[in-house]
Structure formats: C-alpha cells, structure tokens
Design a protein around this ligand. Structure first.
Ligand code: HEC
Length: 159
C-alpha cells in the first residue's frame, strides 16, 4: 500500500514539474508573449514583488474570463461570485499612477461594475461597459494588458 502511495505521489509531482516547465516559453519566441501582461514601464519580474494592485487586476481579469462565458451562455452573474476589487486603494507597482485621471477612471469602472451586478437584465450590455472601462483606463495607464483585456469582450473569437 505504501509503495503504491509513493508511486502515485511521484507520478503527480513529476506531472506538476513537467507541466510548469512545458508552459514556459523559450526566450527566442516573441519578446511579447501571451504572458507578458505587465505595464510596459514595469521592469519587476520577481513574483514576490507583485504589488497588491497588480494582484487585484489579475483577479478582475480572471473574474471577467468567467463572467464572459457565463453571460454568453445566458447565465446571471452577481457580486457574491464576482465582488468589486478595491484596486484604487491598493498599493501599485508605480505610485505615479495615483493621480486624478486614474481615480476618475476608477469611479467609472466602480459604477459600471455595480450596475452589472445590480440589474439581472441587460447583463450583456452592462458587462460590455465594464470591459470598455478596463480598456479606457488601460489606454492611459498600462497598455501591456490591453491584448488580454480585448479577449474579455463577449464577441471575442480566438484566431
Ligand atoms: C483606473 C484604471 C484601471 C482600470 C479601470 C483597470 N485597470 Fe488594470 N491596471 C491598471 C494599472 C495602473 C495597472 C498596473 C498595476 C500595478 O502594476 O500595480 C493595471 C494592471 C493590470 C493587469 C496586469 C497585472 C499584472 O499581472 O501585473 C491586468 C491583467 C489588468 N490590469 C486587467 C484589468 C481588467 C480586466 C480591468 C477591468 C475589469 C482593469 N484592468 C481595469 C489600471 C486600471
């Protein structure tokens, strides 16, 4: 019994290792790979250095991935499964973003998010307004993730 358990453990550990190695892209492949989502000015690559604002952004992007699929299937989304992330009060990688235009954009997305969650009707249109708000702020502040954000649109088709 012990041997079987050990064997199973070994298999799963090596599967995890090979999986994470397999997902790494070789350096010579396009400098801007799918996984490059940092802001263009950001040079921080150490995962321990990821700031709270960046983490909340990743969570929001993950939420949108899921919401997109649900809304396209006609399922409802709500703020229990997808709470609004208070990223505007979290520490950013580059504190120079914390200016009036940034906070104005943050208010736009807060309103769009609340509208999406508070009205079960028109979720497609209200979700589109949320993604437009992501794009709007990212056009001013952090253009790196725009490619990822475009994939959050309801009608995005993988090529
Ligand atoms: C008010 C402006 C603003 C809005 C709105 C906004 N972002 Fe961001 N986003 C930023 C800034 C600034 C950063 C850089 C954060 C940092 O590095 O600390 C960022 C970073 C990101 C990142 C990269 C995080 C990483 O891994 O380093 C992703 C992905 C992202 N945003 C997705 C989204 C999505 C999806 C939305 C909409 C649901 C959104 N953003 C809305 C300003 C905004």
């Amino acid at each position: 019994m012990r041997k079987i358990l050990l064997a199973a453990l070994f298999v799963s550990v090596s599967a995890i290792i090979s999986c994470s190695e397999g997902s790494k892209k070789p350096d010579h492949e396009s400098a801007k790979s799918e996984n490059t989502e940092d802001c263009e000015t950001s040079t921080i690559k150490d995962p321990n250095e990821v700031k709270p604002m960046a983490l909340m952004m990743r969570t929001m992007a993950d939420y949108c991935d899921t919401m997109r699929l649900k809304i396209n299937k006609g399922e409802k989304v709500d703020s229990i499964a997808f709470p609004l992330m208070p990223f505007w009060s979290a520490e950013p990688t580059d504190s120079s973003v914390l200016e009036t235009l940034f906070f104005d954009n943050a208010i736009i997305i807060q309103n769009a998010w609340r509208k999406l969650m508070s009205s079960p009707e028109n979720q497609a249109a209200n979700y589109t307004a949320v993604v437009d708000a992501c794009v709007h702020c990212h056009s001013s502040y952090c253009s790196g993730p725009l490619r990822r954000i475009r994939k959050l649109k309801l009608d995005y088709k993988a090529e």
